[in-house]
Write a protein that binds this ligand. Structure first.
Ligand code: XIL
Length: 393
């Protein structure tokens, strides 16, 4: 630990000399003023992201008892052979980016359409990959008909029917389900920190427990996950507190929740507010409830980073490495999934709040636009190589 702190300090000091020459660069590239100085300093010295050998991420993770994979969509996996081939090469688990959400599965209140999700499940099987489910209960991606068809009277029946049908359809074939996604939003002002979502308005806070119980019945083999965002940075303490409170409430009521999914949509300019001690403590608190932890949607938004590709790539890579070095210290962390594999298909290019203002494509994922491994890939590989080995189960 002391050694690690010393290295971090040395990195920062080394970088200070580079800061001196940055004035001109700052004005040209813009956006620098948002970036924490110490972090910039780290990026500007030649941080070395070299890795040993060519082994793909899935085998580097597996060597440590970890699972690595990514989100992907039916349209890309089924139409882009090169992408599909790279995906199978790097990933040991796939999660459909959209195909298991309500609006994708349910064209009408009475119909379920599993065609695309089934295709991904088959793709996973034929490439010896695990298949992960996202998501059974969420306030987003609801079909248009939801607003008029679902109400206080029928919400419980609709929720139960949905979970029984979907989790039942994949029973025994799924590694883990995001049973409930993003149920916490302290800004909504409730004392329990829960989001004032349609589900909460119809059913009260117990909809979460209900969802876990029905999922456990429908698929006793899948690992049941509560998944949320905004748990990483120091200023996100109210979100961590609310999530811990929720998990404690669920566990003490006997709810079959088995893991926390940490989305980890990180920002390349926010490393200054990543307090690694606070993060580790949070992970330990979660683990102490006998819960596993999955990093479920990892990526690094480069919206506020300079346009220069080599600078951007280094900052993104450093963000991956620092984050993973920390979270992988916690033995309860069993899996890491990035939200996409290649920059070509990242959602960040069409996200209103996360796309670059200059509209240049994001460089946020392990593979670049041409499916070549870049510094972000190296950083993840290095973090897996350095991770302590999980006890075999
Ligand atoms: C995103 C998809 O990647 C986009 O393609 C879609 O337009 C919106 O949803 N948290 C989640 C994911 O749990 O389901 C979201 O996925 C990203 C944020």
């Amino acid at each position: 630990m002391a050694k690690k702190q010393a290295i971090t300090r040395r990195r920062a000091l080394l970088g200070l000399s580079a800061l001196a020459g940055m004035g001109m660069f700052c004005t040209k590239a813009g956006g620098f003023k948002h970036i924490n100085n110490q972090f910039l300093a780290i990026a500007f010295q030649q941080r070395n992201f070299s890795v040993r050998g060519n082994a793909p991420l899935r085998s580097r993770a597996a060597a440590k008892g970890l699972i690595y994979g990514a989100a992907a969509s039916y349209s890309k996996l089924s139409s882009d052979r090169e992408f599909a081939q790279k995906f199978a090469q790097e990933c040991a688990i796939v999660v459909p980016e959209a195909e298991l959400k309500w609006d994708a599965l349910r064209p009408s209140p009475s119909r379920f359409d599993f065609t695309k999700a089934d295709w991904i499940a088959k793709f996973a099987r034929s490439h010896r990959m695990l298949f992960r489910g996202h998501v059974l209960v969420w306030h987003e991606a609801l079909p248009k008909w939801f607003a008029t068809a679902v109400n206080k009277q029928n919400a419980e029946r609709m929720l139960v029917e949905h979970i029984r049908t979907v989790a039942g359809h994949y029973a025994g074939k799924i590694h883990s389900w995001d049973v409930v996604n993003e149920a916490v939003l302290p800004e909504d002002g409730r004392s329990d920190g829960l989001r004032n979502s349609p589900w909460l308005q119809f059913l009260g806070p117990n909809y979460i427990d209900l969802a876990f119980r029905v999922a456990a019945e429908a698929d006793p083999h899948a690992l049941l996950v509560y998944n949320d965002f905004g748990l990483d940075y120091q200023y996100e303490e109210p979100r961590r507190v609310a999530v811990l409170k929720l998990l404690e409430r669920l566990k003490s009521g006997g709810s079959p929740v088995q893991a926390l999914g940490i989305q980890a949509h990180l920002w390349g300019d926010k490393n200054g507010t990543l307090n690694l001690k606070v993060l580790r403590k949070f992970l330990r608190d979660v683990a102490s409830m006998n819960l596993k932890i999955l990093i479920t949607e990892l990526d690094v938004t480069d919206k506020n980073l300079p346009l220069d590709v080599s600078v951007r790539d280094r900052l993104v890579a450093a963000t991956y490495e620092d984050y993973l070095d920390t979270v992988l210290q916690e033995p309860a962390v069993i899996a890491v999934l990035t939200w996409g594999l290649s920059d070509r298909y990242t959602w960040l290019n069409w996200s209103n709040s996360r796309q670059r203002l200059d509209r240049w494509p994001a460089r946020s994922l392990p593979l670049d636009n041409d499916f070549k491994r870049k510094s972000a890939w190296n950083a993840i590989a290095r973090a897996f190589d350095a991770a302590p080995k999980r006890p075999s189960t």
